[in-house]
Every structure is written in C-alpha cells, then in structure tokens.
Design a binder for this molecule. Structure first.
Ligand code: HEC
Length: 109
C-alpha cells in the first residue's frame, strides 16, 4: 500500500517538474525575434540590414508600407495565408503571435 502511495506521489511530483520545464520552453518561444528567425527567416530578411533569402519575400523592416499589423496578428492566430503560394500557412498561439508582431513592429523605422 505504501508502495503505491509513494509511486503516486512520485509521479505527481515528477509531473510537476515536467510541467515547469514545458512552461520554461514556452517562455523562450515568446521571443519574437527567435520566432521570426525560426519560422520566417528562411525567406524574409529579419534584421535591420540583410536582404531576404527569398528574392520576392519583403524584408520585415519594410513591411510598414504594406501591412496592417493588428490584422497580421489576427491572421497569424488563424493561419496566415499570403498571396504567394510559396508561403506556408502558420498558426501561432496567441502569445506567439503577439510576440512576433511586436518584434516586426519594432523593426519598422
Ligand atoms: C517559404 C518562404 C516564406 C516563409 C517561410 C515565410 N514567408 Fe512571408 N512571404 C513569402 C513570399 C515569397 C512573400 C511575397 C508574397 C507576395 O508578395 O506575393 C511573402 C510575403 C509576406 C508578407 C506580406 C504579405 C502580403 O500579402 O503582401 C508578410 C506580412 C509575410 N510574408 C509574413 C511572414 C511571416 C510573419 C512569416 C513567418 C511566420 C513568413 N512570412 C514566412 C515567403 C515566405
């Protein structure tokens, strides 16, 4: 009997640790720059100076001329579909969409 209790407690405790670890990873993902780099960087220029790896993809610092950022944030939550078929559909969690769009806004000069 004690055995099972100890086992149950151990699992509960271990589960708590695992949960904390997953949350820590979520916090890391919240960096908008990391998200942009990981999801979009293969085509779009991320920083202040580089050129986009993809010749047609606009550099993120130039988006201000064509973007409604509030709408983009909404689209990232629901699945962003660009006019260009090469662009994959992304569905981000709320806090990721917020972080990514905040980063994109910060790039505009
Ligand atoms: C596989 C390449 C690729 C990836 C990855 C990619 N894009 Fe694009 N994106 C493009 C191309 C190409 C265009 C140009 C589309 C056009 O003008 O027809 C584009 C256009 C855009 C536009 C302008 C939209 C418009 O309608 O003019 C935005 C905003 C955008 N991308 C955001 C993102 C974001 C945010 C990510 C990451 C979450 C991302 N893209 C990932 C290729 C990509």
């Amino acid at each position: 009997m004690m055995h099972y209790l100890a086992l149950a407690f151990g699992l509960f405790f271990f589960g708590g640790i695992m949960g904390a670890e997953l949350r820590a990873q979520d916090d890391l993902l919240v960096s908008g720059e990391d998200l942009a780099q990981a999801l979009c960087g293969s085509c779009h220029a991320i920083g202040a100076t580089q050129r986009s790896p993809h010749p047609v993809a606009p550099a993120f610092r130039d988006l201000q001329y064509r973007m409604d950022f509030a709408r983009l944030e909404e689209q990232l939550r629901q699945g962003l579909v660009a006019s260009h078929p090469e662009m994959p559909v992304f569905v981000l969690r709320d806090h990721e969409a917020v972080a990514l769009v905040r980063y994109l806004r910060s790039l505009q000069n």
